[in-house]
Design a protein around this ligand. Structure first.
Ligand SMILES: [Zn+2]
Length: 238
């Protein structure tokens, strides 16, 4: 059982979601000295393209490029991730094992049902992880914040992170998931991310996020809670 303690835990539905949505920020945090762990909720075994075994190898190669503490897979069932009691236990135990300060995951309103499922599951598990009466393994633990990344549907972010220095490595890691992206030799059915122009669209999105904070590339995030600023002068003159 992996009990590595981390500062930041990212939980994605499928093996390529973290790379596409928040890896630039995670790489930046790692450079700042924080320990990062990533969790795939499913093996992507029902994906239109690729196989579970092939995707596990791609995920491992991507992890080696990013250099995070670990990558684990909860195998919650591709196409079937819903907010159910047994899956809540698995996410709670994952949070209790790794004791993150921050958790990143999908927004609970998304085009893909598994993304929505993970977003809802993680939100509820964050609360239940701190409840001693909740029946799951591990000591109670309450992360400070749940942070939603932007996937297919963009919800108005309330903060952005400059990933300009990390965009190349983020893309290098994401492209390790070769089964999912454009390949002129592939005869597998097309998906929304396997089109020839996907990377151009991905670039435009992160350039647009970057434009919001006057940098070249950024990732956008949403937190439900308001956050206080103790020193607006220091905060806005960084
Ligand atoms: Zn996904």
């Amino acid at each position: 059982m992996n009990n590595t303690i981390v500062d930041v835990l990212a939980i994605g539905a499928h093996p390529d979601d973290i790379e596409l949505c928040c890896a630039g920020t995670l790489l930046r945090l790692q450079d700042l000295g924080y320990k990062i762990g990533i969790v795939d909720a499913t093996r992507g075994e029902k994906g239109t393209r690729g196989t579970a075994e092939g995707r596990a190898l791609e995920a491992q190669k991507a992890l080696e490029i990013m250099g995070f503490e670990f990558r684990e897979n909860l195998d919650l069932g591709d196409q079937h991730v819903q907010d159910t009691p047994d899956r809540r236990v698995k996410i709670v135990e994952c949070i209790r094992r790794h004791k993150p300060k921050l958790v990143f995951t999908h927004h609970p309103i998304d085009r893909h049902p598994d993304h929505e499922g993970v977003g809802k599951l993680v939100k509820h598990a964050m609360f239940l992880s701190g409840a001693a009466s909740f029946e799951a393994q591990g000591e109670i633990h309450v992360p400070h914040r749940l942070i939603y990344w932007m996937a297919s549907w963009v919800h108005e972010p309330n903060f952005y992170v400059d990933i300009t220095a990390y965009n190349d490595r983020k893309l290098e890691a994401a492209k390790m998931h070769g089964s999912q992206f454009y390949n002129p030799d592939s005869d597998e059915p097309p998906t929304s991310i396997s089109n020839a122009d996907f990377w151009e669209k991905h670039d435009i999105r992160h350039r647009w996020f970057g434009q919001q904070i006057n940098v070249k590339y950024a990732e956008g995030f949403y937190v439900r809670e308001k956050f206080k600023v103790d020193d607006p002068v220091a905060f806005f003159t960084l």
